[in-house]
Ligand binder design. Sequence first.
Ligand SMILES: Nc1ncnc2c1ncn2[C@@H]1O[C@H](COP(=O)(O)OP(=O)(O)OP(=O)(O)O)[C@@H](O)[C@H]1O
Ligand SMILES: [Mg+2]
Length: 306
Amino acid sequence: MITLDYVLRTYHLTKRYKDKVVVHDLNMNIKAGDIYGFLGQNGAGKTTTLRMLMGLIRPSSGEIELFGTGLNGNKNKALERIGAIIEYPGFYLNLSAVDNLGIHRRLMGMGNKECMDEVLTTVGLHDAKHQKVKNYSLGMKQRLGIARALLHRPELLILDEPTNGLDPGGIKEIRQLFLDLAKQRGITIIISSHLLNEIEQVANRVGIIHQGKLLEEIDHETLQKRTRHYLEIKVTDEQRAAYVLEQKLGVTDYFVTEPGILRLYEHLDQSTKINLTLTNNGIGVKEIALSGDNLEDYFLKITGGE
Ligand SMILES: Nc1ncnc2c1ncn2[C@@H]1O[C@H](COP(=O)(O)OP(=O)(O)OP(=O)(O)O)[C@@H](O)[C@H]1O
Ligand SMILES: [Mg+2]
């Protein structure tokens, strides 16, 4: 089945090296306009998967559908619509950013020179475009890599660990760049990372790969819900407790999980006040506890880690 809403889908995508299955039966679904976070620990199979998506290595089995067509017949046509960086992008260090892009542009047989200025502006390197790349910071090099990947106006960007080695400031800048590219240009972006926290801040969909298997593909809201903190309040009468909390403290974000238990997603740091309010209104409070996974706990839980 072909659905044009999807920029990229894989069906049972598998890569084997000798007797070792490195990527196992992956079904990925990436929609137009997604910033898709491809999350997994070191050695999970991220780079191997992304290399297959870019046509750099052949799958052992399974299929890749790009822009609604299989990657067999019109392979080059589909691949032309992708821009990519795999691991660390290489540059001629003694040349400027412009000269590096110029070489790439000629090698790839791509159109006019104006597009170089355009992409350098997009990634915020316009003022530094004549500096030699050896004097660039790591963050600037990463941005230059993204500029190069954007040169032929791809619809899909595939970036393998694009924030590796960057400091928090650099990570923030790159994150903003991704959001701008997706929002203003409608470019679909796949970003791999081993940092849940980082993916969580930029991706609207997250695919979690572990030991070669895609454990989960969820949207950002679901991920947030699953990693939300709450107060679990055990009371003698949950209906009255709810009424009292609404009336006295104005709470709205809660639900009753089972008789006698309220789960409250707000006023997290006010358990004493909640306790007092309930007790003063004749409701017995048996327990109030802060609960819920943080992102790292969640990740460890679903990957079965310790
Ligand atoms: N050419 C190859 N031959 C044999 N095994 C390989 C080959 N390439 C990768 N592997 C193995 O496949 C597994 C997944 O590697 P991959 O590089 O895809 O992981 P990754 O998720 O990108 O990890 P990292 O976060 O460290 O970049 C590893 O165990 C690796 O040793
Ligand atoms: Mg990798």
